[in-house]
Design a protein around this ligand. Structure first.
Ligand code: G3P
Length: 234
């Protein structure tokens, strides 16, 4: 029986453990949560970059020096050739950069080319299984199904994760399913049950993961009874 020892951040049994990425460009929040020791990576997007109100290169370098795992940064271009050029430049900013590409034909073409030169990619704005198949066939490192936005449209975001997982298992595709557009802790747990490899979680959602009223109630009783016992742990 393998003892539940830890090698680095991964348990022996949990080498396939679900990875937690932060979905944020707020450096203070990133540092605060990274301090927990369980953050495996980070994703950004052009809207989060805009929100940061910080010069782009400085922001990305600061994030990449704080987060040692994969950091997704998105290209903003029309043509695949522009995306490839931007992707090569982004990959030189830090060794843990993952190049985010849009789920368009130009994005798919750029993904094929960047994959050929071993630049990690994350095909984003995925809303269907056919799109997810394209990402896998293009050699994407990650595909990002946006489950919150599907729910907003009265569709079933977690069901998409299930279906992508089934398809990827059917054909042994290596692309990792990165559940994005996470709005609640239920999205995180349901994505894990559905088989997502990664969940990228906004800090405000991440903070709720540990909460449960029965935990609070139980701890209050334990502490109260311990104090009444008069015992001491040396
Ligand atoms: O990584 C994608 C994520 O930031 C999008 O989230 O809430 O804008 O759909 P949201």
């Amino acid at each position: 029986m393998i003892k539940n020892e830890f090698i680095g951040k991964y348990s022996i049994q949990g080498l396939l453990s679900m990875e937690f990425f932060l979905d944020s460009t707020d450096l203070e929040e990133i540092k605060r949560l990274n301090n927990l020791g369980i953050i495996d990576g980070l994703t950004t997007n052009p809207s989060l970059i805009y929100k940061a109100k910080t010069p782009f290169e400085k922001l990305i370098k600061n994030i990449c020096s704080e987060i040692k795992g994969p950091v997704s940064v998105e290209t903003v271009a029309e043509s695949s050739s522009q995306m490839i050029n931007q992707g090569v430049r982004l990959s030189k900013m830090a060794k843990n950069i993952v190049v985010k590409l849009p789920m368009t034909w130009e994005g798919i073409k750029a993904c094929v080319e960047l994959s050929k030169i071993n630049i990690n990619t994350n095909v984003t704005l995925c809303f269907s299984t056919s799109q997810a198949i394209l990402a896998a066939k293009a050699g994407a490192t990650y595909v990002s199904p946006f489950i919150g936005r599907l729910d907003d449209a009265n569709l079933d975001g977690v069901q998409l994760i299930r279906e992508i997982k089934q398809i990827y298992s059917n054909f042994n595709y290596k692309t990792k399913i990165l559940a994005a557009s996470i709005r609640t802790k239920n999205h995180v747990s349901q994505s894990a049950i559905a088989g997502a490899d990664v969940a990228t979680i906004p800090p405000k959602v991440f903070d709720t993961l540990v909460n449960h009223n029965l935990t609070d109630q139980g701890l209050e009783i334990f502490n109260s009874d311990w104090n009444k016992s008069g015992q001491k742990i040396l």
